[in-house]
Ligand binder design. Structure first.
Ligand SMILES: Cc1cc2nc3c(=O)[nH]c(=O)nc-3n(C[C@H](O)[C@H](O)[C@H](O)COP(=O)(O)O)c2cc1C
Length: 160
């Protein structure tokens, strides 16, 4: 199985984009990672998941803090998506954010957020599947979502 072929085929499945945020350990800055692997899992109990690379700093941070927040990005947040899709991510200073109930930072200008306590983790090849139990959530503003399809962010044509 060629990795490129797998990427090409999976890239035909359109998704939204989220930044997973988490408190850093000790005095360190919070950690953020851009994902499109976010999905809801269960309503009762309220569970969601995302998949993250085994080497990701976010995995270590979620393990250490036992919590994370999911920030669902709006169509005008492609810059934020890029900023948290690199290992040397932009710092959080200058980005308006507030601590959610678990302490994980939430970006005030995201479309919506879910604040989660770590529920369970499962190995998934070179990634880890992280399941969180939702302890708080909210809608932050109206707007179109940031999409991800074939490595780009096409605009949705029809949305109320
Ligand atoms: C639109 C988009 C979606 C991404 N989705 C994921 C994902 O679901 N899981 C993942 O591990 N990396 C994903 N990445 C790559 C990570 O954002 C990137 O490798 C990471 O920020 C690197 O920093 P880290 O290694 O410190 O975590 C995605 C990148 C982009 C641009």
């Amino acid at each position: 199985m060629e990795a490129r072929a797998l990427r090409e085929v999976c890239g035909r499945y359109p998704t939204g984009v989220a930044v997973i945020t988490c408190l850093g350990s000790e005095d360190e800055e919070p950690v953020g990672v851009t994902v499109n692997s976010f999905t809801s899992v269960s309503l009762d109990p309220a569970l969601v998941l995302f998949c993250v690379h085994r080497e990701s700093r976010a995995l270590a941070a979620v393990r250490a803090s036992g919590a994370f927040a999911v920030n669902i990005l709006a169509s005008d947040q492609a810059g934020l998506c890029r900023a948290f899709a690199r290992r040397d991510t932009a710092g959080f200073s200058g980005l308006p954010h507030e601590p959610a109930r678990t302490g994980s930072p939430v970006f005030g200008d995201a479309l919506a957020f879910l604040d989660c306590e770590l529920h369970s983790m499962f190995p998934g090849g070179d990634h880890v599947i992280i399941i969180g139990e939702v302890v708080d959530l909210g809608l932050l503003r109206e707007g179109q979502p940031l999409t991800f399809f074939r490595s780009a962010h096409p605009r949705l044509e029809v949305l109320a």
